[in-house]
Design a protein around this ligand. Structure first.
Ligand SMILES: C[S@@+](CC[C@H](N)C(=O)[O-])C[C@H]1O[C@@H](n2cnc3c(N)ncnc32)[C@H](O)[C@@H]1O
Length: 329
């Protein structure tokens, strides 16, 4: 690539990494914030990324691949040195893996919606990764005003800071059936998949890592089935296999940004709105720009928009740690 196209690509990468630093990493992970700003200003690092397919250039994927192979660099100069020395192996890992972060804490923002529905529930998660968000009834929750103890002492408790008149649940939902669908389900029995999942938890987030491990221990004993397939192709077949005597809920969190172009996302949204299932979406606002118009401005950068059947109800923090409710009580 050369000339104006190359300059455009490098500029796009600068914006991507500077945006990640400011909107996602700043509040959560100072070292990733520094590294991402460093990438946004580094010609060699941007050149390295520009040589990869567009879908494989994301900060999360790049930093996880470097960390998996070399640990976390201290600064952008150390990152550039690692890439200069081992670029091809880092690139191979980035091409063979995707950002499949499975964040069970996101159940904390889904629970208020799930608990309000007619019970029992049949849960179908698209983009389920290892399936940890299919177990919302196996975890504990601390919403400040309301705390739900976990059913087992070793289960994780997810704190979630709440603002607005959120309908906080008093009990966990009654789930009689659960299935996941994913392009590439992660196997909780595979050491390689687990190591990758753990690498995707940002450095310094020790509590998050401990809770991920606790959720994995639960899932190992009670493994949610995650079927390989594409949400635009294989969902109807799975929906048809759900039991008829339960409320079918199709949900997704942090998935639809990976479904491109936007026309494919619109097709999915139209299919969900035309279905008899309850549709819960917890995604970045750019995913469904037409639907964001019904929401007030987000209270902080990097928030996801929580919707039920296409109706915006709350802003949520990307890892489930906050719920800013603006929907009806
Ligand atoms: C960032 S992970 C989120 C996992 C999980 N939903 C969570 O919140 O913890 C996104 C997942 O979506 C899956 N995915 C992306 N596009 C998909 C598609 N078209 N059909 C099914 N799964 C898809 C990826 O394989 C990945 O496991």
């Amino acid at each position: 690539m050369n000339g104006p196209n190359r300059a455009d690509e490098l500029e796009r990468l600068s914006r991507l990494y500077a945006g990640f630093a400011a909107d996602e990493a700043r509040a959560e992970c100072p070292i990733y914030e520094r590294l991402a700003f460093g990438v946004s200003e580094s010609d060699p690092l941007r050149e390295f990324l520009a040589a990869l397919p567009a879908a494989s250039r994301q900060p999360n994927l790049f930093f996880a691949a470097v960390r998996h192979l070399h640990g976390v660099p201290d600064d952008a100069a150390a990152l550039a040195a690692v890439v200069a020395a081992d670029g091809p192996r880092i690139a191979r890992l980035m091409l063979s893996r995707t950002t499949q972060t499975n964040e069970p804490a996101r159940c904390a923002v889904l629970l208020p919606l799930l608990a309000q529905l007619p019970q029992p529930l049949a849960l179908l998660e698209v983009g389920a990764s290892a399936g940890l968000c299919l177990l919302p009834d196996r975890y504990g929750y601390d919403y400040g005003a309301v705390r739900l103890d976990p059913p087992a002492a070793a289960a994780p408790v997810f704190p979630c800071a709440v603002s607005g008149p959120a309908p906080l649940p008093r009990t966990v939902p009654d789930i009689v059936w659960r299935r996941g669908l994913d392009l590439n389900p992660l196997d909780i029995a595979s050491d390689g998949d687990i190591a990758w999942l753990e690498t995707l938890v940002w450095p310094g987030q020790d509590a998050r890592l401990r809770k991920l491990r606790a959720a994995l221990a639960i899932a190992r004993n009670d493994r949610p089935e995650v079927v390989r397939g594409d949400l635009l192709v294989d969902l109807p077949r799975l929906m048809a296999s759900a039991p008829g005597n339960a409320t079918l809920v199709v949900f997704h969190t942090a998935v639809l940004a990976y479904v491109r172009p936007r026309e494919r996302r619109s097709r999915f949204a139209a299919a969900m709105r035309g279905s008899a299932a309850v549709w819960i979406s917890n995604e970045a606002p750019a995913v469904f720009p037409d639907l964001v118009t019904g929401a007030p401005p987000a209270p902080a950068p990097g928030r996801f928009l929580l919707m039920q059947d296409g109706v915006p109800l709350a802003w949520t923090a990307a890892h489930g740690q906050a719920l800013d409710w603006f929907g009806p009580r």
